[in-house]
Write a protein that binds this ligand. Sequence first.
Ligand SMILES: *[C@@H]1O[C@H](CO)[C@@H](O)[C@H](O)[C@H]1NC(C)=O
Ligand SMILES: *[C@@H]1O[C@H](CO)[C@@H](O)[C@H](O)[C@H]1NC(C)=O
Ligand SMILES: *[C@@H]1O[C@H](CO)[C@@H](O)[C@H](O)[C@H]1NC(C)=O
Ligand SMILES: *[C@@H]1O[C@H](CO)[C@@H](O)[C@H](O)[C@H]1NC(C)=O
Ligand SMILES: *[C@@H]1O[C@H](CO)[C@@H](O)[C@H](O)[C@H]1NC(C)=O
Ligand SMILES: *[C@@H]1O[C@H](CO)[C@@H](O)[C@H](O)[C@H]1NC(C)=O
Ligand SMILES: *[C@@H]1O[C@H](CO)[C@@H](O)[C@H](O)[C@H]1NC(C)=O
Length: 446
Amino acid sequence: MKVAFLASVSWLAPLAAAGPLGNTGNDGSVITVRSAFGDVVSTHTIPMRKHNLAPSTTHPALHGRANFPTRLKNILDVYYSIDLEVGNQTIPVSVDTGSSDTWMVQEPYECVSFWYEPGRKPDCGLGAGFKGNLSGGRLPDLPLFVRSYVDGTFVEGFYGLEDVTIGGVTAHNQRLALVNYTYWHGDNQTSGLLGLAYPYLTSLDGSDQNQPPYDPVFTTMWRSGAIDPVFSIALSRTAGQRNNAGSVPSGGKQQDSYLALGGLPPVDVDEKTWARTPIHGMNAVPQWGFETDERGMYIVKPDAFVIQKGGNSSDAGTDIVRNTTQTPILIDVGATLSYLPKGLVNQLYASFDPPAKYMSSGGLFYAMCNATVPKFGVQIGDSTFYMAPEDLLRQTVRDPTKQWCRIGVTDTDVPPHVLGVSFLTNVVAVFDVGKSEMRFAARKDY
Ligand SMILES: *[C@@H]1O[C@H](CO)[C@@H](O)[C@H](O)[C@H]1NC(C)=O
Ligand SMILES: *[C@@H]1O[C@H](CO)[C@@H](O)[C@H](O)[C@H]1NC(C)=O
Ligand SMILES: *[C@@H]1O[C@H](CO)[C@@H](O)[C@H](O)[C@H]1NC(C)=O
Ligand SMILES: *[C@@H]1O[C@H](CO)[C@@H](O)[C@H](O)[C@H]1NC(C)=O
Ligand SMILES: *[C@@H]1O[C@H](CO)[C@@H](O)[C@H](O)[C@H]1NC(C)=O
Ligand SMILES: *[C@@H]1O[C@H](CO)[C@@H](O)[C@H](O)[C@H]1NC(C)=O
Ligand SMILES: *[C@@H]1O[C@H](CO)[C@@H](O)[C@H](O)[C@H]1NC(C)=O
């Protein structure tokens, strides 16, 4: 029912067709917020589902193919998904701002195992895929679509054309990839990926990583004039209170997560905290070796990182560290944790009381679940966005003794540095491709 309806919606359709959310708040009231920078709440908003995966216990292998900024897939214990309308089919996909392709499995597909496991049928944990043929057909004369990730997972398939609709906005005749051969480990609830980064990344395809780029879904949408060249994301820590019919019960708190196309998501923010910062080109990360200043991913340079005394003693909130070194950081909704420079993160670990320690069983840093948590903030412009204690010391992810909790920030000296879900659950993030800048505001408590 929903499927057939949405298939007929184009960007020319009246706003009434934009989907169940419109620009109303969770309690049904109309939100008329116009932010400090002129943003308004989008009528093209789609809820994002939060998924919790069993925490992986492998150490992150932070190296990828030469030249290519590999996605950090393997500490993925939380991710977010939406329903994509592909032609007239509904396909649940995970959302990623660190890549640009949109792909999904096509039924029937072949799931293989990276390791040989005798007598065991490999299980890729992918949901139902696209059935039948793409209305725009396959694209001939292109290399196969192949993506491999550091944890050994890969997808392989081919490109074709189909209408893709999100929140009532359609990318007509969109190039996407259908996957027919894969090794994957999912939770059976998504069947592919929506990549929201820039066209440039699509040119890094093929063995020589030098293909003509194409417009990803979001680019097609704004270039057609259907929406302004901006999208925004509000991730909530909680799973939300959506009922089976997909609507938020009245009186529900702001616990839902949203992807909003062309404007802001319908959540309350602290209006005083709006801040902006430029998006940098691929050459902002020298180690990647790109010469182009072309935008590819959402790379920003925060003005400072601050670590402050936590707890409730009289010196709580005083600075322990204020590091103003400009470091390029990827804003990546597809990464669970945040990955920051070693020197800084070691200072953060030491600021827990008692201090955090490395646990080889978990391959990451943990602190006592009842430790006093320091305040950790990312300064952008005049605003400092603090990570909530529950994102810094993740009570839901524990070691086998259940007494040690995983810290939401981990260290790496190998780029990319990343602000992932553990940061993004504290803000509304606006990805403004038109102005080449990102804007942030602090979420109100939820
Ligand atoms: C898909 O296309 C192929 C030929 O390109 C055709 O043989 C097949 O019947 C089509 N399948 C469906 C479900 O339409
Ligand atoms: C879905 O679209 C395909 C062609 O793209 C068509 O053959 C099929 O009848 C449509 N199904 C429904 C339920 O509309
Ligand atoms: C997947 O599709 C490609 C392109 O059509 C084809 O060459 C390949 O054999 C298919 N692989 C599988 C496992 O079906
Ligand atoms: C996914 O489904 C398969 C087969 O039904 C099942 O064996 C597996 O445990 C499921 N995985 C998860 C993460 O639920
Ligand atoms: C300070 O925090 C500790 C535990 O973190 C608590 O036991 C104590 O009651 C708090 N004191 C005040 C004055 O809030
Ligand atoms: C500040 O952080 C940078 C990395 O971003 C690090 O190299 C430097 O040592 C830090 N400075 C201080 C004083 O800790
Ligand atoms: C924290 O928990 C540990 C064990 O779970 C316990 O031994 C310790 O006393 C607790 N510390 C505080 C300050 O409550």
